[in-house]
Ligand binder design. Structure first.
Ligand SMILES: [Zn+2]
Length: 215
């Protein structure tokens, strides 16, 4: 009899334990962050990939902030071969995909199309606890799962910006931006640029959330 009640207790404990980790609806009506923390093995494999790409980075401790914002399985990129302004916490999958895009996507595109090299990238940030503009849904930036790139600075001194170059006067800069956008779409889950909406007229938004979506 005692054994039976002990078993029952264990079962109950297991059930309530499971319930505790389920997302709860927020009182202010915002949807809960729908993604759980990545399995540790997945993060470990991603960190090994980053190491294999020859970048310098610091793994960051998991952080949970107010308003369902999180930075889980995230890293701080320190050196990916060229300076990138404004990089904060990024989930490892975003950091890995971003590094591959820079090394294998946009740098070769700059050489082929513009005959020069990218020497600096200007970003508009990574982690930011906010909702999507005009929506109550959390942005992928609130999960450290996105990066925004605004300007590509070239070795020959050119500054190719999404704002001025996307539909600008230079045909080769337009081609370059179209190619790096397409290259991002092949790698990230969601990519948004000037053709998506006015909020993206001055940068390419790239994330590893829902998708595939490319515009
Ligand atoms: Zn963005």
């Amino acid at each position: 009899m005692r054994l039976l009640s002990l078993l029952l207790l264990i079962l109950l404990a297991a059930c309530s334990g499971g319930e505790r980790s389920a997302p709860r609806p927020r009182r202010d009506g915002l949807p809960p962050a729908s993604r759980p923390a990545p399995p540790p093995a997945e993060t470990a494999a991603c960190l090994a990939d980053l190491q294999g790409l020859g970048v310098r980075f610091n793994p960051l401790p998991d952080r949970r902030f107010a308003g369902q914002c999180t930075a889980l399985g995230a890293v701080q990129l320190l050196d990916i071969g060229l300076p990138v302004t404004n990089l904060g916490a990024m989930t490892c999958p975003v950091a890995r995909t971003f590094t591959q895009w820079v090394k294998n996507g946009i740098q070769p595109a700059a050489r082929e199309i513009l005959g020069t090299e990218i020497v600096r990238l200007e970003s508009m940030g990574t982690y930011s606890c906010r909702t999507i503009a005009g929506s109550a849904r959390l942005s992928e930036h609130a999960l450290a799962n996105a990066v925004d790139i605004a300007v590509f600075v070239m070795a020959d001194g050119r500054r190719v910006s999404v704002l001025n170059g996307w539909a600008g006067a230079s045909a080769e800069e337009r081609e370059f931006l179209a190619v790096v956008h397409r290259s991002a779409c092949r790698r990230f889950r969601t990519v948004l640029g000037p053709d998506y909406n006015a909020a993206h007229r001055d940068h390419l938004h790239m994330d590893m959330g829902r998708g595939p979506f490319c515009r």
